[in-house]
Design a protein around this ligand. Structure first.
Ligand SMILES: [Zn+2]
Length: 359
């Protein structure tokens, strides 16, 4: 595997988790690729996983410098406070960061202990369990091979704790699953596919055990995958939880498929919504792009509302404009008049040109 392929794989891992509310929220979570003894590529601080791209939102650090730093922190940790340890760690991580790189995440040291691919998430199904007393015995029953760490302050203290756990229970050549008390989950493996499969499995098993209904959020990945099958670029598919929109969708789905009544709706939500009945057929996406020249941004599927955007923040903007659109069409005024077809074609020409240039 070349370095370039590995970075593309890392971006796909970031986007897999970044669009899933049941895995990460806001700027939380992190992913990395580690070439042992050479470099560690990890998500930059302040970047959401859904915003990561090749050449943006990832920083490169020296893996050997980080390994030496961890050894030093482990040796000095017993005599230092958490704050003192974090200060030393921050200086060391900064020294390990290659020139002209963005600032790495606070959790970089955790990633420097694992790999090649590592994904750290905060799934509500997992935190629901690891925030309970006696969680270790329940996890040991469900995942006998998993590592478990008591709560430590995120940063150097947590990395030192993981270092000791890995030394005492080596997991050579296996997918490593680590549960973090009052915090979340880490999965590391040889390939992105291994990490994704193990993360999905943990969330599925733990959500069944905790009774948390989070299965619908997997629709994000399923619909992204349909876009890939149709060879249409797609960075983020967001499962809407908006109560107003979901309620209106259950009454009249035509409102979500309608054309634009005002310009912003076309710019944010596209020329029309798309109804997807099946998750194994990408043809409706292909036909939509052929008809309009742009990909769909609003999708309805079995009573669920999906928004397709550049990242989670952009999907929420689409959701906001869509809500205004549905309210407009639902108002007690007389039936809304849509934009004339020639105006839609004119505005759509701009959007289609932007899309063509992005390919
Ligand atoms: Zn975390």
């Amino acid at each position: 595997m070349t370095g370039r392929d590995s970075i593309q794989d890392l971006v796909s891992l970031c986007l897999y988790a970044g669009e899933r509310f049941d895995l990460v929220q806001a700027g939380g979570g992190n992913a990395s690729f580690r070439k042992l003894g050479e470099s560690l590529w990890v998500k930059a601080s302040g970047t959401a996983l859904s915003e990561v791209r090749v050449g943006s939102g990832i920083c490169e650090l020296s893996d050997s410098v980080l390994s030496a730093l961890i050894e030093e922190l482990v040796a000095t940790a017993p005599g230092l406070s958490v704050a003192e340890l974090d200060l030393r760690a921050a200086a060391g991580v900064s020294a390990a960061t290659s020139p002209a790189q963005p600032r790495p995440s606070i959790e970089t040291l955790l990633h420097a202990l694992l790999g090649p691919f590592t994904l750290h998430t905060h799934p509500p199904a997992v935190t629901a369990m690891v925030c309970q007393s006696g969680w270790q015995s329940r996890i040991a029953e469900l995942f006998p091979e998993a590592l478990m760490l008591e709560y430590k302050t995120p940063g150097a203290a947590l990395a030192v704790s993981l270092y000791h756990e890995l030394k005492s229970k080596p997991r050579e050549g296996q997918v490593i699953v680590v549960f973090l008390g009052n915090h979340g989950l880490i999965v590391a493996g040889e390939t992105v596919e291994d990490v994704v499969a193990a993360t999905d499995n943990v969330v599925e098993v733990v959500s069944a055990s905790t009774g948390l209904p989070v299965g619908r959020y997997k629709l994000s990945n399923q619909i992204s995958s349909l876009f890939r099958q149709a060879a249409v670029p797609c960075h983020c598919v967001y499962v809407s939880d908006d109560r107003y929109l979901l309620s209106e969708l259950s009454i009249n789905s035509d409102l979500f498929l309608a054309g634009p009544a005002w310009p912003d709706q076309l710019v944010y939500c596209g020329p029309a919504g798309l109804q997807l009945d099946r998750l194994d057929d990408a043809a409706p996406i292909t036909r939509y792009v052929q008809q309009f020249g742009v990909p769909p941004k609003v999708i309805i599927h079995c009573g669920q509302l999906l928004l397709v955007g550049k990242n989670v923040k952009n999907c929420r903007e689409i959701e906001e404009v869509l809500k205004a659109h549905v309210m407009t069409l639902k108002s007690r005024c007389r039936t809304a008049e849509f934009l004339p077809q020639e105006e839609v074609s004119f505005l759509l020409g701009w959007e289609a040109e932007k899309y063509r240039q992005s390919l």
